[in-house]
Each structure stands twice: as C-alpha cells, then as structure tokens.
Unconditional design. Sequence first.
Length: 297
Amino acid sequence: MSLVVVTPSHAPDLASFRRLHASVLRWSDPGVRHIVAVPEVDVPLFRAAGDQRLDVVGYRDLLPREFIQTTSLARLKGLPRGYRIGAVNVRRPWPPIRGWMLQQIVKLALVSRLDDHVALLIDSDVLTIAPLNETVFRRGHAVRLYRLPHGVDAGMTRHSRWLAESARLLGLPGAEADSPDYISPFNSWSPAVVRAALDRISEVQGIPWSRAVGRSLDFSEFMLVGSFASTEDDGRTFSSDRSLCHSHWDPRPLDLAAARAFVETLAPDDLAIHIQSNSATQEDVLSWVAERFGDQR
C-alpha cells in the first residue's frame, strides 16, 4: 500500500479530528497510515487519542531550527486573529509567521519526506464516507491533482494573490492564464512532485524554501503545488475538476434540518463530506452527520 493520509491539526480541533480519524479507519485498508502534524504542545493530547494506525508528528521534527514556535502565546484569550503568531524565524524575526502559514509550511515539509506514492491530505473538519481506494488517486506513477480551470474569478482577490505568489516563488513568468483553483479540504499530492516544487523554490530564491515561504505575507500551499505540477507537465500528475468532497463553505452554521438537506445533495462519486469548522455548526449536528455514514460499507 502506497497511500498515506495526512492531516494538519491542533488542540481546538481535537473532537473533529477524532471523527475524521474514525472515518479513515472505517473506509481505508488496514495498511493505510494516518499521520497528523500538530504543534509541539499538542503532541501528548493527540497521542492519547490515537491508536496503532495513527502517527503523531510534532512541528519541531518538521521545521528548521531557526523557527521558534509560539503556539502557547497565540492561544491567549482575546488576542485578535491577525496576531495569532505560530512561530518566529530568529534569523529574520519580521514578519513573524502566523499560525495558518506555519501549518502550511509543516504540511509541505511532512509530505516532502514521505516515500509513499500518494499523500491524501484531509482537513480535520472532513469525514470520509466511502472507500479510499488508491486506484482513484493514482494512474501508474501519476497522482491525481484537483484543478478547477477558471475557478478563481475577479472577485476572489486572495486567491488571485495566492496564484501570483506561487508564480513568484517558483520563478514562473506569471499566474496561469486560466486562473485555476487548486484548493480543497480533500486533496491528493505526489510527494515526489512536492519535493521538486520545494527544490525549485530554493533554487529560484537562493535560500531554503521554508525561509522563502515564511517571508510570504499571504500564501497557499495548494496553489503552490498545483501551479508547479501544472506548468511542469512531466507526467507525474493527472488533473480533475472534481474534488470528490461535498463542502459546506458558508460561515453560517447548519442546524439538523439543513444538515439533512446538505447530505442529500451528495454526488455519487463523493468520497468525503466537509462542514467548515468556522461555520460553528454544533457538535450534535456534526455527530449526526458522522453517525449517518458510520455504519455504511
């Protein structure tokens, strides 16, 4: 088996992560590992919640030594979201690295170290609801990449910045003409392609890739890997405009009636369901969704 599931998480998402991990155990073969990367302070918590198929990796094992984690300070109550700093690069303290940016760096570092053919990246607020067969994500040596052409329109200013920043880091002449979207809470990467993308950044920027990305004020790891894979066109990926994940992106919470309606609109080939954590959907509703798919095979 050369499929591995990768999830970045942290203590506030532990309940959601437990539901996700249970669904991964239910819908994947026994040989599939689930790796979760968490801030160092959260490692004992996640290890206590795990089992023999869960590998818990702390940020310290994935980050360069000059990145000093500040997770505990970031969790101080009342701190504005923009001040939630995840780490500081002691070689270049400004700008500090926000928690969301640090999680993306950790994700790239972790996947780049894998020997598996396919890394299936699943966010904590996702549930798998159907078998995770490697054949869905792999054709020979080519790995599936979610790519939605024209998925970024003029009103999606942050997405446009992410595409432009990816092009800059990779030394590309500009963002792709068809403005594709690569972002999904359920996505697959080739670790070999991720390694090549990070090597390209180091070569173009003249510094280690982690330092170059850490300097970015706004960045998307999915846009970076997608842009690199699509412009290389070396046969190591094949693209699809189907994310295979039914998502509720709306910040408004789902009540039970809305959750039932949402579940009924699943596509036949969807493998996962996603209710964004920022929607503040209540635990009883999330538990109902998990139970709705828990006994199906």
